[in-house]
Write a protein that binds this ligand. Structure first.
Ligand code: E4P
Length: 216
């Protein structure tokens, strides 16, 4: 499963990229607002920090507007992935853009039928939002299972990108289901490294090592 980080904070991205475990980045207008940076400038900086896809979202709601914005965004770097909402105009734009060889992430997916439409529109990635699904009384991970099943039934190449992840259990469940990508807030990625017994083990080994009086 690929690991994307869901942020527009370049300091966080740079630190996580140094682990060699980061496969891409997703941003959205809210994350750009949170970062307090110029959209074009921060997107360019992120594209330079990672080799993998960097999702940058259009804000127009009509097909012509989306195509116009996509044209501006895809000039930023070769690894820009245009993010479009799961609407009729969004999917029309997706079909056109992927037909031209541009990567597209179809976002705000909340049903398996919507994911089926995104795959038919040739999306590179579809982003079902599990956390927001759970928040509204639905079963986010069941949605991922349904999409995986449908995509496998028809050998669709669209990658299932689990979004709106809130905790490490969402990551574990995504991997068990066989999702292609998980995009996570930085704190969730950091949380994956942690285990109380790892910390306790290191503490014990270091205490005993100190008693040997040796150094490496
Ligand atoms: C995905 O691409 C979205 O940016 C993101 O995962 C949304 O997460 P949220 O529900 O925590 O805002």
């Amino acid at each position: 499963m690929k690991f994307f980080v869901d942020t527009a904070d370049t300091k966080e991205i740079a630190e996580l990229a140094e682990t060699g475990l980061l496969d891409g980045v997703t941003t959205n207008p809210s994350l750009v607002h949170k970062a307090g940076r110029d959209f074009m400038e921060v997107t360019k900086e992120i594209c330079d920090l990672v080799d993998g896809p960097v999702s940058a979202e259009v804000v127009a709601l009509d097909h012509e507007g989306m195509m116009r914005e996509a044209e501006v965004l895809r000039k930023i770097a070769d690894n820009v992935c245009i993010k479009v909402p799961l609407t009729m105009d969004g999917l029309k734009s997706c079909k056109k853009l992927t037909g031209d060889g541009t990567m597209v992430n179809v976002t705000l997916c909340f049903s398996a039928n919507q994911a089926l439409l995104a795959a038919k529109a040739g999306a590179t990635f579809v982003s079902p939002f599990v956390g927001r699904h759970d928040d509204n009384g639905f079963d986010g991970m069941q949605l991922i299972e349904d999409i995986r099943l449908i995509y496998d039934n028809y050998a669709f190449e669209t990658q299932v990108l689990v979004a709106s992840i809130r905790h490490p259990i969402h990551v574990l469940q995504s991997a068990k289901i066989g999702a292609d990508v998980a995009t996570m807030p930085p704190n969730v990625i950091r949380g994956l490294f942690k285990h109380v017994l790892t910390e306790k083990g290191i503490e014990g080994f270091l205490a005993d090592w100190a008693k040997t009086g040796q150094s490496i």
